[in-house]
Design a protein around this ligand. Structure first.
Ligand code: NAD
Ligand code: MG
Length: 387
């Protein structure tokens, strides 16, 4: 087996460190080309030292000297700034993990795709915002785009890629998040600490809040639409508190294929890292007898309006999903900052979508212009609400 060069964008995050954990277990199989992070110099430098990474990039230019000092005496080259992250992504590694959070991951993801290698996509926000511009770029450059998001990785494993016409429906499961059984009144007073405490998964702050509002599932339905060739109404979500079944693929003959596993991101990451082969992981084997039962229930759109909004956006297409994503990023940051309440997140997203209706993007620059416009609309909505 030839050694695979690996780049990890967002190496210090939840997905990034899980990816490093797997890569470091098989040093004969993987060689680290580049690691990037935004602010965590210590985490980045430690990972670069452990793996002997050829390049380490810190996004925040003010931390360049710290990173340089932390990697003094090693062979790792050091760089900083937004463009340096894009340049690192463009180096053309055999395999790139796109695990930056938010729209900030879009340019690096596009650069990795332009390199024509395999891109393992965790950064759902770039696909939600730029949609076909991302998948078209993958095709144009002969790059392989593999879904890392656990639900999409599950669909990928169950999807008969040779007979897409035989599939009638894709269902993504959602744990329901920490507020699954909370009343609207209780949710009104929910704190950031309560929102980021996910029952089954350990994740970064932004996606944890998205899981609590169910916006994460909404973003994922849009993500799935861009990854799998079904019409917009072919995608649905179901609440499944145990997070054991990750997604279901429904065929015309009535067969339903599902992928199951212990909720641990290292399984979908390993699937994309070894693909088309398999690799062993330290994930706890699934013990269905110990779990005992698997529950499923329809999502409550009244308590979780973010899901309804996302489904409307999916049906409408065009620029709507870039607006949804940007407004949600603004609102989630404001919530984590203590500036707005939990229920305000969906309200702000709704208002931004009401206020702003530009034409569909035809370029990545258009996506960033829409993103900026949606942030202004969300900001304005927030100022009125908190005045
Ligand atoms: P995280 O917050 O734990 O990590 C984010 C990483 O991105 C860090 O390395 C950080 O340094 C870097 N980063 C942050 N802002 C940046 C910027 N402006 N420019 C460049 N780099 C920046 O996030 P996470 O939970 O690992 O999630 C990463 C992505 O994967 C998100 O898009 C998320 O939706 C998706 N995802 C995560 C999980 C999970 O289990 N955590 C599961 C599925 C999908
Ligand atoms: Mg997911």
């Amino acid at each position: 087996m030839s050694v695979r060069s690996v780049t990890i964008l967002g190496a210090t995050g939840s997905v990034g460190t899980s990816t490093l954990d797997l890569v470091e277990r098989e040093p004969d199989r993987f060689r680290v080309a580049a690691l990037t992070a935004q602010r965590d110099v210590d985490g980045l430098a430690a990972a670069a030292r452990r793996t002997g990474a050829a390049l380490a990039v810190i996004g925040d230019p003010a931390r360049y000297e710290d990173l340089k000092a932390a990697l003094a005496g090693t062979k790792t080259r050091v760089a900083s700034g937004e463009q340096a992250i894009v340049d690192a992504a463009a180096l053309g590694a055999d395999w790139t993990m796109a695990a930056i959070v938010g729209i900030a991951g879009l340019r690096p993801t596009m650069a990795a795709l332009a390199g024509g290698g395999t891109v393992a996509l965790a950064n759902k926000e770039s696909l939600v915002s730029a949609g076909a511009l991302v998948t078209d770029a993958a095709q144009a450059h002969g790059a392989t785009l593999l879904p890392v998001d656990s639900e999409h990785n599950a669909v990928f494993q169950c999807f008969d890629h040779a007979a897409p016409g035989s599939i009638r429906k894709i269902t993504l499961t959602a744990s329901g998040g920490p507020f699954r059984d909370w009343s609207i009144e209780a949710m009104r007073a929910a704190t950031p600490a309560q929102a980021v405490k996910h029952p089954n998964w350990s994740m970064g702050a932004k996606i944890s809040v998205d899981s609590a509002t169910l916006m994460n599932k909404g973003l994922e339905l849009i993500e799935a639409f861009h990854l799998f060739p079904l019409p917009a109404d072919g995608f649905d979500a179901i609440i499944h508190p145990q997070s054991v079944v990750h997604a279901l693929v429904d065929y015309v003959d009535g067969s339903v294929l599902a992928q199951l596993g212990t909720p641990d991101m290292r399984t979908p990451i390993a699937h994309s890292l070894a693909w088309p082969q398999r690799m062993a992981t330290p994930c706890r084997p699934l013990d269905l007898a110990a779990i005992g039962r698997l529950d499923f229930l329809a999502p409550d759109h009244e308590r979780f309006p973010a899901l309804t909004i996302a489904l409307e956006v999916l049906a409408a297409g065009g620029a709507r999903s870039a607006i949804l994503n940007a407004a949600n990023e603004v609102a989630v940051a404001a919530f984590l900052d203590g500036r707005i309440g939990f229920l305000d997140i969906a309200l702000i997203v709704r208002k931004a979508l009401d206020r702003y209706d530009p034409p569909a993007p035809v370029s990545i620059d258009d996506v960033f212009a829409i993103d900026a416009g949606a942030r202004r609309a969300a900001q304005a909505a927030m100022e009125i609400m908190t005045a």
